[in-house]
Design a protein around this ligand. Structure first.
Ligand SMILES: Nc1ncnc2c1ncn2[C@@H]1O[C@H](COP(=O)(O)OP(=O)(O)OP(=O)(O)O)[C@@H](O)[C@H]1O
Ligand SMILES: [Mg+2]
Length: 357
């Protein structure tokens, strides 16, 4: 079997993306019960043929971004699952999920997006069908459909799959209340999927969960499934309002349902450095969350707000825009921070090695 996944001709030579080694399922590390839950009727499978119709687009995208070979992200040891959450509305959760997912994909990672928001904005922004006859997050959470049957490849971005939010998802928050293991349904489904993908030699590097603007059962399911929380904060006066509530929700989930959950990143969005308020917000966040605050900020960009109306990510819509570059920088920073942490852990975990040298 070849060890090369993709070879892409670039102006500076070719970029080779290696095949991923086989890995364990999720970084959050809870053991998996691999008995797949089944619904009453056998669920259909979404059409996942898009990947075949867009074989070269990712190569073209990389060319237009003038990526350096060193930009390609190394395969992960374990899947990183990030819940992108903030109960405040309109702070760029969805914009972050779809564009970060595209950026990670362009940089060579395998990504799965799960649209946890009944508004379905991530699904439409990725150009996916939200028709009631598709299988989506509702079927996964409520009817026990398998993620492998619900996930579809995003047009133009082989390597990026997404589970769409069909209109039924609006009822899930209420329907889940009476169900057994209502908080862990996404986690179980994801663990099965990740295990299967890994077994099939097609492992997933990143899972991004687009949460709704509330802290109901849909967000709780995301926080129970995730290992990390990424909080987008709009750089405006009320940015920090409600943040303590979100932090205590994360603490509560960590204590009772998911001991591995941590807030690992806070991202300032719609940043306008010409205003007085934006740097003030950055300063205030840094005071309280200096380790979590990402260096990269996402500036206001018209292209970012236009792209969804074409069912595209900003990397496809305008790869050279400031919005596209910002989300590429976010992707690289997230990867770099994780690598730095692994290096640190290596040092802490291996005192023998350190004294031997
Ligand atoms: N950096 C940016 N520059 C300009 N517009 C932006 C930027 N980020 C997001 N937007 C726009 O702001 C609006 C809200 O963004 P988005 O839908 O991503 O927020 P959200 O947190 O997911 O909202 P909700 O809470 O309703 O799910 C959208 O119209 C989006 O296009
Ligand atoms: Mg949203």
């Amino acid at each position: 079997m070849s060890t090369v996944e993709w070879e892409i001709a670039m102006p500076f030579g070719s970029v080779v993306v290696p095949k991923h080694p086989r890995r364990t399922a999720m970084s959050s590390g809870v053991t998996v019960d691999v008995s797949r839950e089944t619904g009453e009727s056998e669920p259909k499978k979404n059409d996942d043929s898009a990947v075949k119709s867009f074989p070269s687009d990712i190569g073209k995208l990389r060319e237009s971004l003038s990526l350096d070979p060193t930009d390609i992200i190394d395969p992960m040891q374990a899947t990183r699952c990030l819940a992108v959450a903030n109960q405040k509305g309109g702070v760029a959760k969805t914009t972050t999920v779809v564009n970060l997912a595209a950026a990670l994909t362009v940089l060579g990672s395998r990504v799965l997006v799960v649209d946890m928001d009944p508004q379905g904005n991530a699904s439409s922004a990725l150009g996916l069908s939200r028709e009631p006859d598709s299988i989506g997050t509702y079927e996964v959470l409520v009817s026990g459909a398998a993620i492998v049957d619900a996930a579809v490849t995003v047009p133009g971005l082989p390597g990026l799959r997404a589970v769409p939010a069909t209109v039924d998802l609006a009822g899930a928050d209420i329907e889940l209340v009476s169900q057994v293991a209502r908080e862990t349904r996404l986690r179980k489904a994801l663990e099965i999927y990740l295990e299967e993908q890994s077994e099939a030699g097609d492992p997933v590097d990143f899972v991004l969960l687009d949460c709704p603007p509330s802290l109901g059962l849909l967000t709780v399911n995301a926080l129970v499934a995730a290992g990390e929380v990424l909080i987008p904060l709009q750089s405006e006066y009320y940015a920090m309002e409600g943040l303590s509530h979100l932090v205590s929700t994360v603490d509560m989930i960590q204590q009772h349902l998911n001991p591995n959950l941590a807030i690992t990143a806070i991202l300032l969005t719609m940043f306008d450095g010409r205003t007085r308020i934006a740097p003030q917000v950055a300063e205030e966040v840094r005071k309280h969350f200096s380790a979590e605050l990402l260096e990269t900020v996402v500036p206001r960009s018209v292209r970012l707000s236009e792209a969804p109306s074409y069912g595209q990510t900003v990397l496809q819509y305008d790869p050279t825009s400031v919005g596209a570059r910002a989300y590429l920088a976010v992707a690289r920073e997230l990867d770099r921070r994780a690598s730095d942490q692994i290096d640190l852990t290596d040092k802490v975990d291996s005192p023998v090695k350190a004294t031997e040298v």
